[in-house]
Design a protein around this ligand. Structure first.
Ligand SMILES: C[S@@+](CC[C@H](N)C(=O)[O-])C[C@H]1O[C@@H](n2cnc3c(N)ncnc32)[C@H](O)[C@@H]1O
Length: 194
């Protein structure tokens, strides 16, 4: 069932629509984040795996990607996609708003693409902070606060300032925003110190 500002899982096909790659090319955008061969990453709100699969290609066999989502339908679609890609090191888990099922300090990079505006409070970001290693970072891709037919309604979108405030409440200090295609901005955030 669709609920509030969360993405309706029955619409998951849109997330893998090839036309999305025209305005949000995953490899080119992932290249702007600190993702390298051998790291451990978590794709939070992975959906059917639009970013998970290219991320797993980048981290390679010596790295690992954990893919988590609160919606089982999304995870089932991702598992089906992974069945054709046996060489990729991806582990898929169901998460909850306030629980990412990973040990503390277990990942180098956490990623939230088109998810920050769907979060209900700071619980998921605090979990991201918990599972990140101290030198790790969080990458965010979000819809620009603009009116357009594609994507979430204007009222659900976060300005850069609102995104920074949400990150701050979740335990992160956001760096400067940068472009991620015509409709999205991106931010790399670090764990707050002290
Ligand atoms: C708009 S979709 C984006 C999916 C994927 N990141 C992408 O860009 O293709 C948002 C996803 O975040 C998931 N989600 C929403 N809130 C979440 C949370 N607190 N923790 C984990 N996943 C969440 C939704 O179930 C949905 O799959």
């Amino acid at each position: 069932m669709p609920h509030g500002h969360k993405f309706d899982p029955s619409m998951r096909g849109h997330l893998l629509d090839p036309k999305r790659t025209r305005y949000l090319p995953p490899r080119a955008i992932l290249a702007k984040f600190p993702i390298t061969s051998g790291i451990v990453a978590v794709d939070i709100g992975c959906g059917p795996g639009y970013w998970t699969i290219p991320m797993a290609e980048i981290v390679g066999p010596s790295g690992r990607v954990y893919a988590v989502d609160i919606e089982e339908e999304m995870l089932a679609e991702l598992r089906a996609g992974l069945a054709d890609r046996p060489g990729l090191n991806v582990q898929v888990f169901r998460s909850m708003e306030d629980r990412i099922p990973l040990p503390p300090k277990s990942v180098d990079f956490a990623f939230l693409a088109c998810v920050l505006h769907e979060l209900d409070g700071p619980g998921t970001l605090r979990e991201a902070a918990r599972v990140l290693r101290p030198a790790g970072s969080l990458g965010v891709v979000e819809w620009k606060k603009m009116r357009q037919l594609e994507g979430p309604p204007y009222r659900h979108r976060l300005s850069v300032r609102q995104a920074r405030e949400a990150l701050d409440r979740g335990g992160f200090t956001a760096g400067d925003p940068f472009e991620a295609g015509p409709y999205h901005y991106a931010v790399v955030a670090r764990l707050k110190t002290g």
